[in-house]
Write a protein that binds this ligand. Structure first.
Ligand code: ATP
Ligand code: MG
Length: 562
């Protein structure tokens, strides 16, 4: 094999990779260095998976590296619990930053010195207007701002005040360090943006060392430069911040090659878009609407994991969506499609009866039992077989029987024959009812020559039912989920009345005994019901399974195959 050919990256499929390839070809960059910069103020959600796949995926594709940088410049909302959860989520998604774990707070010393340099260059000043006055002086989208009366303080006075800010001489909000750019700029981000503010707050890493903290735009561009990031990829809402990103680096004289920022469209998913922001996720957790950050109804990566969504499915979804320059919304069904694609390959098949109806096989000898070999996954023969116990009494799904069936009903009905998956053909002979006329039991006969679910005479049976053996099945709790929000609200505002009261349904089911011995995190396809994953709440007495996703049109498809 020609190694140089086999290691060449696949051609670019989107504008960011085109830019990178042009930079590599022109020698503007030798090693591609990206970063994923989460703020540790909550758990990551599915939108972050796009940024993770793009940043880490780009580094892998071009043989570069991707740094994990915690953007921990806001001491008030940040917490080490979030840092640990974020790291676990990225590893779960299949990416690794190696030794390149950084924190913006690691750079508080150099960031402070750079700020003094800006003051010395006459490019930053200490403003003493109140927050309200600053807002008024800023102007609007249509009208220019006005210079602050403190804008022309001398360099010495600015340095002295900034040092006093750092030394803790002032209350929060008393002063602000601002860049001196242009109060009339059409881009509001350039109207003397704040660089440092006073915040007497304990920081989860630097403790009480600092009482001034750098603002996001300033800290971000300089952190990128300090780490030698080549391509700083962020979402579209930062487009208007790019001139400030560049200003910070140019003002401090960072030479080329220096980092450059590129913006891409964020991932928006129908049904959960309003929840794809840590602000709302925190609300959901704090108000107790969900059991925690990993409640399987939440759109966090921890919740998706618990729900049984696989990292391969999320990577596949991001790959299929691609990277675009304008915002759009992806159908939630697309995610479900990717989940089914992956789980179909990896989930072992089992049977679970959710709404049991008893069936007595009257010509099956009493006390007899036998075992069938059942394939674990027809998509992957290497997964082998399991032994499935069968006896005279079984349960089928109540919805698989109709006393007066319409035409073309292929499931069980009086006089009609069906196949029990992996077992025998049975024919319904008698319907037993209670005083109210409710069907309580079916009496069926089986064909002993149909062992394993086929006969030598080759006669056709159109319906195949899943079942549970009365003597062997065990009880399980199945948790079924629906969207947390009703419909897709237009506004990004989360209202109490928008919450779906039926987002969680609990079903007591009868399942194969083998399932009691499963491990939390194991994936299964319950035939004709959907994909499930065992939950960590399981006990030996009662296994618990989360439904990851239902089958699509399961019945119709099944019928076609038979
Ligand atoms: P949130 O609004 O959920 O708090 P954020 O952007 O404030 O999101 P950060 O922790 O700052 O959260 O995000 C880390 C990175 O993930 C950023 O580069 C951000 O652009 C990116 N990101 C966040 N949401 C999405 C999304 N929906 N699609 C793609 N990238 C995203
Ligand atoms: Mg952010």
């Amino acid at each position: 094999m020609n190694t140089s050919e086999s290691s060449a990256p696949a051609p670019a499929t989107h504008f960011i990779h085109e830019i990178i390839e042009a930079d590599l070809a022109a020698g503007r960059c030798q090693t591609v260095v990206t970063r994923f910069p989460p703020e540790p103020n909550g758990y990551l959600h599915i939108g972050h998976s796009k940024s993770i796949c793009l940043n880490f995926g780009t580094a892998l594709k071009y043989g570069g590296r991707c740094h994990l940088r915690f953007d921990d410049t806001n001491p008030v909302k940040e917490d080490t619990e979030y840092v640990e959860a974020i790291k676990a989520n990225i590893h779960w998604l299949g990416f690794d930053w190696g030794e390149h774990e950084y924190y913006a707070s690691d750079y508080f010393d150099p960031l402070y010195s750079y700020a003094e340099q800006l003051i010395e260059k006459g490019l930053a000043y200490v403003d003493s207007l109140s927050a309200e006055e600053i807002r008024a002086y800023r102007g609007t989208l249509k009208s220019p701002g006005q210079n602050s009366p403190y804008r022309d303080r001398s360099i010495d006075e600015n340095l002295e005040l900034f040092r006093a800010m750092k030394a803790g001489k002032f209350e929060d909000g008393a002063h602000l360090l601002r860049a001196k750019i242009d109060m009339a700029s059409p881009n509001i981000n350039l109207r003397d943006p704040a660089l440092y503010r006073i915040r007497h707050a304990h920081h989860h890493r630097t403790g009480d060392k600092w009482c001034i903290y750098p603002m996001y735009d300033y800290a971000h561009s300089l952190s990128d430069a300090i780490e030698g990031i080549t391509h700083s990829l962020c979402t579209l809402e930062f487009e208007d911040h790019r001139p400030l990103y560049d200003w910070c680096l140019e003002a401090l004289g960072w030479p080329e090659p220096r980092p450059h920022q590129y913006e891409f469209a964020r991932l928006n998913l129908s049904h959960i878009r309003p929840l794809m922001s840590k602000r709302y996720l925190v609300q959901m957790v704090q108000t107790g609407h969900v059991s925690g950050w990993d409640d399987p109804r939440m759109p966090t990566l921890s919740a998706f994991k618990r729900r049984g969504v696989t990292p391969a499915a999320l990577r596949d979804m991001n790959e299929r969506i691609g990277v675009a320059k304008s915002n759009s919304e992806v159908e939630y069904a697309m995610l479900e499609f990717c989940v089914r694609e992956d789980l179909n390959k990896v989930a072992q098949r089992r049977m679970a009866v959710l709404d049991p109806l008893k069936v007595v096989i009257t010509n099956y000898p009493e006390g007899q039992q036998e075992n069938f070999e059942a394939e674990n996954n027809p998509e992957d023969p290497s997964t082998g077989h399991r032994s499935l116990a069968f006896g005279r009494e079984i349960y089928i799904e109540r919805s698989d029987f109709m006393e007066e069936p319409p035409k073309k009903y292929f499931r069980l009905a009086p006089g009609q024959e069906v196949r029990l998956k992996h077992a025998y053909y049975i024919t319904c002979q008698e319907v037993i009812k209670d005083a109210e006329g409710q069907v309580t039991e079916l009496h069926c006969t089986y064909d002993p020559n149909s062992r394993g679910g086929w006969t030598e005479d080759g006669r056709k049976v159109r319906g195949t039912l899943h079942w549970a053996s009365a003597a062997h099945a065990c009880k399980a709790e199945l948790r079924h989920y629906d969207h947390l929000l009703l419909g897709a609200p237009a506004a990004d505002q989360l209202l109490e009345s928008q919450l779906n009261p039926d987002s969680l349904t609990i079903v007591e089911a009868l399942v194969e005994p083998a399932l009691a011995a499963a491990q939390p995190g194991e994936h299964f396809q319950f035939l004709r019901q959907g994909y499930y994953v065992m939950d960590a709440d399981s006990t030996p007495e009662k296994p618990v399974f989360n439904r990851t996703v239902g089958m699509v049109d399961s019945w119709a498809k099944q019928q076609k195959k038979n």
